[in-house]
Ligand binder design. Sequence first.
Ligand code: ADP
Ligand code: F6P
Length: 320
Amino acid sequence: MKRIGVLTSGGDAPGMNAAIRAVVRTGCINDMEVYGIKRGFQGLISGDMERLDLRSVSDIIHRGGTMLFSARCPEFKEVAGIQKGVDSCREHGIEGIVVIGGDGSFRGARDLSLSGIPCIGVPGTIDNDIACCDYTIGFDTSMNTIMQMVDRVRDTTESHGRCSIVEVMGRKAGYLALNAGIAVGATAILVPEFDYDIEKDIIERMRRTQKTGKRHFIIMVAEGIGGVEELSRQVEKALGVESRAVILGHVQRGGTPTCRDRVVASQMGYRAVKLLLNGKDNRVVAMQHEQIIDFDIYEALSMKKTIDNELYSLAHEISI
Ligand code: ADP
Ligand code: F6P
């Protein structure tokens, strides 16, 4: 394989640049030509790509976002869109592609592989919701950003003796909410993976902690649960504690990647190119028990990820 492409797709994640850098450098030192494809599958379809060399990826390892830009490309979910991607690869002589993104992007990579363009997926999403992976690029940075932001929220929450109901990202997954919730000492954490009852899981818990002298509260809610404004009103009504809803939003997806994200992204980008060099395709790079491994994309996409039950129980046991 002499010419490969690399693209970032779906929601961006801090550390994607470090992964791009590793892909480009590993390709170049193995005598490959590496093309950066802009705006994910959108740029693949339109042929928006440029050759990258060793120096093209200098000074990006510490930057959030993605130098290749990202996009959601609905056209790529259609057979005709995939075919346009295949045609574009043929036209530009691209023999393999490293796709950095979440499980949606992996579905695109799978379809492209099936149509004859070898692809390797690299897990890049702050949500950490890819089943075959213990860890996805961007998760650590995002958790730390949430923690820092909520530490600030806590100062004002404490000063006013209020309850702050904080919504963090994770439309379908609660890993950010659970882990960051523990890190900020949240009184209660709501995630899409577990059923909840507002009276029992929020109001009652707050009452219990009030009895032991607590005057201010942080409640962590994953985006997939939603309704933080309404929850705030319910808390005020039930307990008479002044409450505020705080939606952290996209601040959680930006910023300089942590050391962990830069290192894991470098390992994963490196592994992806090595797989292509060894004639492997239709695979996903993953991390399990701190080891970098890889899976068949079909297998990876059919796996189910569960949230850590023990961690969830512990969070609430010690928040008293
Ligand atoms: P993520 O990769 O972060 O999960 P999305 O789910 O938005 O993000 O997917 C990113 C892109 O991947 C989509 O805009 C589309 O181009 C492609 N994609 C998603 N699902 C499919 C699918 N079933 N088939 C082909 N391509 C897909
Ligand atoms: O990147 C994943 C994610 O952050 C989800 O947690 C969130 O639901 C989604 O992206 C929001 O993305 P956007 O606002 O770009 O549509």
